[in-house]
Ligand binder design. Structure first.
Ligand SMILES: [Fe+2]
Length: 300
């Protein structure tokens, strides 16, 4: 059984002393202090072949929300959690920018540094194209909401990260093309179509094949009219079909250079009128969320 020990207003110095023993008796563990971006996702899972996985985090600044199939809780400044004897996965999300002191296996530290590097790039992408500010975080929130609407125990970690970073490849797209208000020329459209491939290449190195593949396929459409490969139906992975719906929904409901901002209802109606493009199960989940007013707006 997974054990979580949550402490509020922890005495960090006293606790760190006490827990230092645990660190030094296990050389796999590493200690680090990280400033992480709002929206960062972290997965805490049992690692194959390791019986003594332990994860300790102190929140020095900000708010961090944890969910698993068993419980969910939020840590604020000066709170801490120690999770050990891990059986089921935990999903942690930074609700605000956070400063964390983290003690855990090396791979967690590596992942957090790689995620931060991706966020640094994403910030540049979003700065380059001010109309897309916060797009990644909103798409991630919508995609996760759709997945949980379909199945409350849906494994959202890969989906959440892929949705956040799906447009990372726009790092290489020239600013004049991203900000062009008029119709794109064939040549410009060809350059735009390159961005899922570039997202794939960047994410494959940092987040692995599964997440990279979701980003690669986020502009594919069920009828084969998408890009870069014109894949159809079940040739497109399910998570990419979710990101596709969340991505279009956010593009329609935010202020873009090429379209006026629509309400949630207007965007939903437009997407229903083009339903051949989307997975019907995914689109229906979005429709339910909009109709029941369950989709939160995301402040970024
Ligand atoms: Fe895209």
């Amino acid at each position: 059984m997974t054990i979580t020990e949550i402490r509020h207003n922890a005495d960090i110095l006293q606790d760190t002393k006490q827990r230092a023993e645990e660190i030094y008796t296990n050389s796999r563990l590493q200690l680090g202090i990280y400033n992480i971006y709002q929206g960062t996702n972290m997965g805490i899972t049992h690692e194959e072949g390791e019986d003594d996985t332990i994860f300790i985090v102190y929140v020095l600044e900000g708010e961090l929300h944890f969910t698993s199939t068993l419980e969910s809780f939020t840590l604020k400044k000066d709170d801490s959690v120690m999770i050990y004897d891990i059986v089921e996965s935990y999903f942690a999300k930074a609700i605000t920018p956070c400063k964390l002191l983290m003690i855990s296996s090396q791979s967690n530290h590596q992942k957090i540094q790689e995620t931060n590097a991706c966020f640094n790039k994403l910030v540049e992408v979003e700065l380059k194209d001010s109309y897309t500010k916060g797009h990644g975080r909103r798409v991630s929130t919508y995609a996760v909401a759709i997945a949980l609407e379909l199945d409350p125990s849906y494994d959202i970690l890969s989906l959440g990260s892929a949705a956040t970073f799906h447009d990372l490849g726009k790092y290489y797209t020239p600013i004049e093309i991203l900000q062009k208000p008029g119709k794109l020329t064939d040549e410009e459209y060809k350059i735009i179509k390159q961005h899922p491939i570039d997202s794939y290449k960047l994410l494959q190195k940092t987040h692995g094949e599964e997440i990279a593949n979701i980003a690669l396929q986020h502009h594919e459409r069920m009828d084969g009219s998408g890009y870069p490969y014109g894949l159809t139906k079940d040739k497109i992975c399910f998570n990419a079909r979710i990101v596709a719906v969340a991505d279009v929904f956010d593009a329609l409901t935010s202020n873009r250079v090429y379209n006026r901002q629509m309400s949630f209802d207007e965007a939903m109606e437009l997407m229903i009128s083009q339903k051949h493009l989307y997975d019907p199960i995914v689109l229906n989940a979005l429709v339910r969320l909009v109709k029941e007013n369950k989709l939160e707006t995301v402040d970024v």
